[in-house]
Design a protein around this ligand. Structure first.
Ligand code: TRP
Length: 451
């Protein structure tokens, strides 16, 4: 265990960091959120825009977060305070903490559903059911109060428990092992899905762009999904960046993590959409999409009983390695800035997040008739955090690194004090100064009707 000079806990190996950052990025965002947002946004054209945003905005924002965190050596808020003393930049960190609570709230709702589906798989609940029966099974589960809340609390408890054991023992160890298995399983599911009769329609939905489906709402959805999936815009990777050692190459890590994340989302898309069409389901079905589609695929697979169990277990673990990165933002803030013990910070933050999460979970059932601006409580939390706070946070983060920080300091951080060549540096600075801020601002403000 390498303690930094000032005694901070940190990641011990390059592999550990990659796994922790990829563990944060890869989660429900790829496998649950990506397909349902693609489905609601009309398919192929959305996908193209999404990929463009990952490349042009996502990777630069991720790298910027790492730069801020490793240079600041603090939590998201504290890093801004250190790098810009006496300036209001720390408000970006405040916004991140607000976003963290909102995301944790709805994330734990959906992760709770995933845990229920582990049990449903174990008890062979999908056996001999057709698509409409599988749909009914989902509806009758997620509209109740007790079990969804029960699983949500279990999930938050597991998240808190890992966070309690600290960065290195907790995050690094759990993130290290299981991602390759998830990829393998998704490949098998994708193969089964594309060989179903009628699968072609799903593939053209996903890969043949229909540009008439694009509008400012869809552009914002793509931006929000890109940021959500990469875990950027709220300081999770500032926090992780502060645990990265000085000799690691931040640029490489950003590219590798983004590639892995995008690959998994694409695999999930290829597993889902052919099946959606093959089983006559609706791609715009919303947040329940994977829960009503995937059991149908398992039904059509030899050994599907086991595949279903393994898949939902792995998805739960992927969700955990993501949710810990969200909770860590809050806990690192409370311990470093407010001098709380790690234990107290973790307990308080998880209780607060669970409290908000309860309303989110119930918004699929008992509180289903509450509508705020046409959105349910879940929809409102998701939209505000993912589509507003993350892009706004990302915008401020690139402006901070592009315009506020000294160019030589940024170069120092990216080149590890000159030991790396950082050939892409000028291009990167151009993106950070001009391309990314303008692009994010246009998408965000256009869809809000501000410009
Ligand atoms: N990216 C994760 C996922 O795809 C979710 C997540 C973890 C996240 N940390 C985050 C999203 C920080 C936004 C910000 O499941």
């Amino acid at each position: 265990m390498a303690l930094e000079k000032d005694g901070r806990d940190g990641f011990t190996s390059r592999f550990g960091i990659i796994c922790a950052a990829a563990g944060s990025a890869i989660g429900l965002g790829n496998i649950w959120r990506f397909p349902y947002v693609v489905g609601e946004s009309g398919g192929g054209a959305f996908l193209l825009v999404y990929l463009g945003f990952i490349l042009l905005l996502g990777i630069p924002v991720m790298l910027s977060e790492f730069v801020i965190g490793r240079r600041g050596q603090r939590n998201a808020l504290g890093s801004f305070k250190r790098l810009a003393p006496g300036k209001p930049w720390y408000l970006v960190g405040v916004m991140g903490i607000v976003a963290a609570f909102m995301i944790l709230a709805f994330y734990s709702t959906i992760a709770g559903w995933t845990l229920e589906y582990v049990v449903k798989s174990l008890t062979n609940s999908f056996a001999d059911k057709d698509a409409s029966e599988i749909n009914r099974l989902f509806v009758s589960f997620h509209t109740q109060a007790f079990w969804p809340l029960f699983w949500q609390i279990i999930f938050m408890g597991m998240t808190a428990w890992i966070i309690l054991s600290g960065v290195q023992k907790g995050i690094e160890r759990y993130a290290k092992i299981l991602m390759p298995f998830l990829i393998l399983l998704l490949i098998i599911m994708a193969i089964r899905s594309v060989t179903l009769p009628g699968a072609g329609q799903g593939l053209s939905f996903l890969f043949r762009p229909d540009f008439s489906a694009l509008n400012s709402r869809v552009m914002l959805a793509a931006l929000g999904q890109a940021f959500f999936s990469l875990s950027i815009g709220m300081g999770a990777l500032i926090t992780y960046g502060s645990y990265i050692q000085k000799q690691n190459n931040l640029g490489n890590i950003s590219v590798e993590v983004s590639l892995a994340d995008t690959l998994i989302a694409l695999l999930a898309g290829v597993a889902i959409f052919p099946a959606v069409f093959a089983f006559g389901l609706d791609p715009a079905d919303g947040p329940g999409l994977i829960f009503t589609v995937l059991p149908n695929i398992f039904q059509q697979m030899p050994g599907g009983y086991f595949f279903a169990i393994i898949f939902f277990v792995l998805l739960s673990i992927a969700a955990l390695t993501s949710s810990i990165s969200i909770l860590e933002v809050v806990v690192a803030y409370l311990t470093e800035e407010l001098n709380m013990t790690r234990r107290k910070a973790t307990i308080m933050a998880s209780i607060a997040a669970t409290f908000v999460g309860v309303f989110c979970t119930l918004s699929f059932g008992a509180l289903g008739n509450i509508s705020i601006g046409g959105l349910s409580i879940f929809g409102l939390l998701d939209f505000t955090a993912s589509n507003l706070l993350l892009p706004l946070g990302g915008l401020l983060i690139v402006v901070f690194v592009g315009w506020y920080m000294k160019r030589s300091d940024v170069k120092d951080e990216i080149s590890n004090s000159g030991s790396l060549k950082a050939r892409f540096f000028d291009a990167l600075m151009f993106i950070l100064k001009f391309v990314a801020p303008v692009a994010i601002a246009i998408v965000l403000f256009d869809s809000l009707g501000i410009i």
